[in-house]
Design a protein around this ligand. Structure first.
Ligand code: ASP
Length: 328
């Protein structure tokens, strides 16, 4: 009898909190990388768009919980209170970490409520300004002969930059793996690249476009199957497939997730706000300027995105295994 009463009270509290959600308590977007990088950038722009679509009264904060290639922040959200106030904004790492880590403290398909996908983002292979190559062909030849003495920056094991670096080294069949230099995100890695302390990086266009434009780094290629012919700057860089790396296709995506058990009315409110934000012309314009494409297909729905992530996990595991000697 007592238990029934406790359950009834808990249910009433949940309904009440769903009715008043979000209230004055902030909604935190946990970004599992350093501030100022590409994931952080998507989070801040999306927070602004969702604040508008939730009537302007919702209060969003971005929390950078970096480390271990994104797995520290994602673990934090998997274990957070399922009250709609702690959400994870992450990328392809959701699907690559199962292939890269022997043990994870969360299950990507079981421990989260999927709110939907945000965007697709190409990556660019870039180098420090002093690098002795100007075209992709020169760059590849240079890597083949110098890989043992070069280093490649990334945002930790399981990050998109790490995944790209290892898949690309495997595709060009570099004799020796380059030394990998992990950072807490590709914002600090970019600073090191511009300063010439590291040689190479592969990162999302949302972090690289402005640096390429200002000449602070050299760009060599994009990782999408075809070149980005409608982008005013990036259209000038070949795709890796165009340069002979058959089937090379790495497109990063971002999604939004809540801890498992978040009440359905709160999920619906968040999902509605997300879908409206993805139609916000200002958000779309900012994303397109940085080479990203806001999703409009069924992946923007929770079920469609979850099915996509499941397919990505299945696709990436063998690719990561094949690139084995370059994984560290
Ligand atoms: N671009 C990073 C990555 O390689 C993450 C970041 O700093 O946003 O995953």
């Amino acid at each position: 009898m007592k238990r029934v009463l406790v359950l009834a009270l808990a249910a009433t509290a949940f309904i009440a909190s769903a009715q008043t959600y979000p209230g004055t308590k902030p909604i935190s977007f946990v970004v599992p990388f350093a501030a100022g990088g590409p994931t952080d950038r998507v989070a801040r722009d999306l927070a602004e768009a969702m604040r508008k679509t939730m009537g302007g009264s919702a209060n969003f904060v971005v929390e950078n919980v970096n480390g271990a290639g994104g797995t520290i922040g994602s673990t934090k959200v998997a274990k957070a209170a399922p009250d709609g106030h702690t959400l994870l904004l992450w990328h392809i790492g959701m699907a690559s970490t199962p292939g890269l880590y022997r043990k994870l403290q969360y299950k990507p398909l079981e421990d989260f409520e999927y709110l939907g996908m945000i965007n697709d983002v190409p990556m660019t292979l870039i180098g420090k300004p002093q690098l002795a190559a100007n075209t992709y062909r020169d760059f590849e030849n240079y890597i083949r002969t110098h890989s043992a003495s070069l280093n490649i920056a990334h945002a930790g094991l399981g990050s998109a930059s790490h995944l790209c670096g290892l898949m690309w080294q495997a595709a060009v069949n570099a004799k020796e793996p380059m030394t990998t230099i992990p950072f807490s995100g590709t914002a600090p890695a970019m600073t090191a690249l511009i300063g010439g302390q590291v040689d190479i990086m592969c990162d999302q266009t949302t972090n690289t476009t402005q640096q390429i434009e200002s000449g602070r780094v050299k760009a060599f290629a994009v990782t999408t199957p075809a070149r980005l012919s409608s982008h005013k700057l990036l259209k000038d860089y070949p795709s890796l497939q165009e340069m002979g790396l058959k089937n090379f296709n790495l497109t990063i995506w971002h999604g939004l997730y809540a801890p498992k058990g978040t009440p359905a009315p709160i999920l619906k409110q968040l999902n509605d706000a997300l879908k409206l934000a993805l139609k916000d012309p200002e958000f779309i314009k900012k994303q397109e300027g940085l080479g990203a494409v806001v999703v409009t297909d069924k992946r923007m729905e929770p079920a469609g995105h979850k099915a996509f992530v499941a397919a990505e996990i299945a696709k990436l595991k063998p690719a990561i295994e094949a690139a084995g000697k370059f994984a560290d």
